[in-house]
Design a protein around this ligand. Structure first.
Ligand SMILES: *[C@@H]1O[C@H](CO)[C@@H](O)[C@H](O)[C@H]1NC(C)=O
Length: 403
């Protein structure tokens, strides 16, 4: 009896120790978040272990976990949902059932998941698109671009680009009864990265007549140059998206060569010849004072790595939309940016807000003071967060008013 009790005590203590992770004071629903984080951490540990044993690729384990949350395309009384293809790229299409002659608005949605995970079929993404279609009476195209590591850069970008280009043709807009001047592109995290990159490239594409009226970027990843921004330093071990995972995602997106991962880990991935790009992500210049707290800007130097030359995709604006001249930002559409205080990607978004404003682009910036990364993906499943519902609501409300 005594031994059993002792074992139980030890096991409970170990479980509690494993689940417990220190969180910032002001986060909402801390216990739920801690539990959620313990689940995500466990999946990552299992992935690391299985990869070390040579059984599977790390991302395959994470993928399998995310894919549990897939749902079939189910129509309801308000929206017809189908899986189809635009330009040979799979998309999930949401078409409102309401009959009217008036042209509809449209949203192209790009899901997140570090370019390696996720799909339009994941329950929370299905919900976001369904709600958007329902509340705005809009056509929603949720893009199932191909994923890294199997399909590295630029395949995910090009898949989203070709869906956008296909949809923006006047014959297709006519077919779906869409008003050409009322189309939005939106995405979260890596999807926000792709949405921002596609919007920049479409702006200068002479073949595309219809342009986006607005873009919505939810906690986007926007640059690969400086992985020591204040938010990288402050939030490197925050729930959901630790620095090790961001770096893994970036390196899988660009190449399967492990040397890139190692160089990114030490922020030594760029050689001196790219020094001219640092001004685009200079946080000393672009971050408002309150986000600089406790950090001292040092001029980046001692970078001898040849990695930046070896993997051109790494510093390509299609990977890192922040690395373009102001002139390329001019003319971008009204932009909605959501950033979260306890998110490693926070400063990417904030710097983009500052740079867009400087370039004369109208921006609406929503900063969530008590949030971690990934809010809107936590609106379904056994552990859902208030934060997720609120963000989803604010996003859809903003679209409704501005599209
Ligand atoms: C960054 O900005 C600071 C001040 O705003 C400036 O002194 C510094 O030269 C800049 N560095 C680069 C690389 O742009």
């Amino acid at each position: 009896m005594g031994v059993k009790f002792f074992c139980l005590l030890v096991v409970s203590a170990l479980i509690a120790y494993y689940i417990y992770s220190p969180l910032p004071e002001n986060v909402e629903e801390p216990w739920k978040l801690m539990l959620l984080n313990a689940v995500l951490r466990t999946v990552r540990h299992v992935a690391t272990l299985m990869e070390k044993l040579g059984l599977v690729h790390y991302m395959d384990v994470l993928k399998a976990f995310v894919n549990i949350q897939h749902t079939a395309p189910v129509s309801d009384e308000k929206v017809t949902v189908t899986d189809t293809e635009f330009n040979h790229v799979p998309v999930r299409l949401y078409i409102p059932k309401e009959q009217s002659d008036a042209l509809k608005r449209a949203v192209i949605y790009v899901h997140g998941g570090g370019w390696c995970l996720g799909s339009a079929a994941v329950k929370s993404y299905d919900l976001i698109s369904r709600w958007t279609s329902e509340r705005l009476n809009a056509v929603v195209v949720s893009v199932d671009y191909r994923l890294a590591p199997k399909y590295c850069f630029p395949v995910p970008f090009e898949d989203v680009y070709s869906v956008a280009k296909y949809f923006l043709q006047s014959s297709i807009l006519e077919k779906y009864n869409v008003e050409p001047s009322r189309i939005c592109i939106a995405g979260d995290s890596a999807g926000g990265n792709l949405a921002a990159a596609v919007t920049q490239q479409l702006l200068v594409d002479p073949d595309v007549k219809a342009k986006f009226k607005i873009q919505a970027l939810l906690y986007p990843a926007l640059q690969t140059l400086d992985l020591e921004l204040p938010s990288y330093q402050d939030n490197k071990n925050m729930p959901v998206l630790p620095k090790s995972l961001v770096i893994r995602f970036y390196s899988e997106y660009i190449t399967s060569d492990e040397s890139l991962f190692k160089a990114l880990e030490t922020n030594q991935h760029v050689s001196a010849e790219f020094n001219h790009l640092f001004k685009f992500v200079n946080w000393s210049k672009w971050l408002p004072e309150r986000f600089k707290k406790g950090h001292i800007y040092t001029v980046q130097s001692h970078r001898n790595s040849k990695i930046g030359q070896k993997y051109a995709g790494l510093l390509d604006p299609r990977t890192a939309p922040l690395l373009v001249d102001d002139i390329k930002l001019q003319g971008l559409p009204l932009t909605y940016v959501v950033t979260c205080q306890y998110d490693i990607l926070r400063d990417d978004g904030i710097i983009y807000v500052s740079r867009l404003r400087k370039a004369g682009v109208p921006v609406v910036h929503e900063h969530a003071e008590n949030a971690v990364h990934g809010g809107i993906t936590f609106i379904s499943g056994p552990i859902s967060l208030n934060l997720g519902y609120r963000m989803a609501n604010n996003y859809i409300e903003w679209l409704n008013k501005n599209l």
